[in-house]
Design a protein around this ligand. Structure first.
Ligand code: ADP
Ligand code: MG
Length: 314
C-alpha cells in the first residue's frame, strides 16, 4: 500500500512539475516548519539588469563601462552578466571607434573586440572580482571588497549607494588603482508569484526566511517587498548551510529553496532541499526536490502533496 502510494504521488508531483527524489523526501515535506529562501534567482527572477551608472572623478562613462565589463567578462555571476550586457549595449548604441568595431558577418552579441585585456583575474566569492588592466589593479564588487583592499568610499558615493539599496538595487562598486571611480545599480525583479507564496506559507503555519550574500539594506528592501520578516544578509557562501543548521539545532524541520552553487551546501544540509530547475547542476544534484517549472508555487504544491498523502495513508 505504502510503496504504491509513493509511486502515484511521484506521478502527481511530476504533473505539477515537481521532481521528487524518493519517498523519504516526500514524507519529510509534511513536517516542514521553516522555508529558507535564497534571494537572487530564487525569490527574484535571476535576470539582473543595470538601472544606472555613475562615475566619480574624471573618467568618461564609456571608458568606465569598458573597464568594468572587461573585469567582469570572466565572471559567471549574474551581476557580472548584467554589467557586461549593459556596457555592450551602451557601446553599440553610441558607436565604437572604427578599430574597435566588429567585422563583416561578425555577430554583435558575440563580438568582444571592445573589451580590454584583463590579467590576473580572481573571483572573490561573496564579494566580487579583481584583475589588472593596463597595469593597474581593478576591483569590482561590494563594500566588503573595497574595505578589504582599503579603498575609501567617498561620502558622495556612499549616499548614492544607500539610495540605490533602498530601491532594492545592488550597488556594484568599481575601484581603479586604489580609488573608487564609479558605481552601478543593478536590479533583479521579484518573481511574480513570490509574495503570494510567502503569504501562503504563513497561512500554512510555516515560517519563511530569506538568506543572501547581498547587503543588509538591499536584502531588507526586497524582503519587505515580498513579505518576509526574518532576513539573514551578508552571508558568505559557506554561511547559508550554517543558517539551516542553526534552525535544525533548535529542533525545527527546515526546507531550503535555492538555485546557485553557493546554495548547494545548504540544500544538502536541509531536511528538504528544493532546487530551482533552471538553477545550476550542483544545486539540482544536492536537492531532494527539483521545481521544474521554476515557479515558487510548487514549494507549496510539494508540501501540500506530502501532507495530503501521509494523512491518507495513516
Ligand atoms: P547571493 O547569491 O546570495 O546573492 P553571492 O555570494 O553570489 O550571494 O554574492 C554576494 C554579493 O557579492 C553580491 O550581492 C555582490 O555584492 C557581490 N558579488 C559577488 N560576485 C560579484 C561580481 N562578479 N560582480 C559584482 N559583485 C559581486
Ligand atoms: Mg541564487
Amino acid at each position: 500500500m505504502f510503496a504504491i502510494s509513493v509511486v502515484v504521488i511521484a506521478c502527481v508531483g511530476a504533473n505539477h512539475g515537481v521532481l521528487i527524489k524518493g519517498g523519504d523526501a516526500l514524507e519529510r515535506a509534511q513536517k516542514v516548519q521553516f522555508v529558507v529562501f535564497d534571494k537572487t534567482g530564487t525569490l527574484t527572477q535571476g535576470r539582473a539588469s543595470v538601472t544606472t551608472a555613475k562615475v566619480f572623478g574624471g573618467m568618461q562613462l564609456g571608458d568606465f563601462l569598458t573597464l568594468v565589463a572587461s573585469a567582469e567578462a570572466s565572471s559567471e555571476h549574474p551581476l557580472a552578466k548584467a554589467v557586461v550586457n549593459y556596457a555592450h549595449h551602451f557601446h553599440f548604441f553610441s558607436h565604437l571607434p572604427e578599430d574597435k568595431q566588429p567585422g563583416k558577418g561578425e555577430k554583435l552579441d558575440a563580438f568582444s573586440g571592445w573589451l580590454l585585456q584583463a590579467e590576473d583575474f580572481t573571483a572573490c566569492p561573496g564579494k566580487g572580482v579583481q584583475c589588472t588592466i593596463s597595469g593597474k589593479r581593478v576591483l569590482v564588487g561590494n563594500r566588503r571588497l573595497m574595505t578589504d583592499s582599503r579603498v575609501t568610499i567617498p561620502m558622495e558615493a556612499e549616499a548614492f549607494l544607500i539610495e540605490l539599496e533602498e530601491r532594492t538595487n545592488t550597488g556594484v562598486l568599481v575601484a581603479y588603482d586604489g580609488a573608487l571611480i564609479g558605481i552601478l545599480g543593478v536590479a533583479d525583479p521579484l518573481k511574480r508569484e513570490a509574495a503570494v507564496v510567502v503569504e501562503g506559507l504563513k497561512k500554512m503555519g510555516i515560517e519563511p526566511v530569506m538568506v543572501t550574500g547581498d547587503n543588509w539594506r538591499t536584502a531588507g528592501a526586497v524582503a519587505r517587498e515580498v513579505g518576509i520578516e526574518d532576513v539573514r544578509a551578508e552571508v558568505m557562501p559557506a554561511g547559508k548551510a550554517e543558517v539551516v543548521r542553526a534552525l535544525q539545532k533548535e529542533g525545527y524541520v527546515v526546507a531550503m529553496v535555492g538555485d546557485g552553487i553557493n546554495d548547494s551546501p545548504a540544500l544538502a544540509a536541509a531536511d528538504i532541499g528544493m532546487a530551482i530547475g533552471a538553477g545550476t547542476d550542483v544545486a539540482i544534484e544536492a536537492a531532494d526536490y527539483v521545481l521544474m517549472r521554476n515557479n515558487l508555487e510548487d514549494v507549496i504544491t510539494a508540501i501540500d502533496l506530502s501532507r495530503k498523502t501521509f494523512r491518507r495513508i495513516r
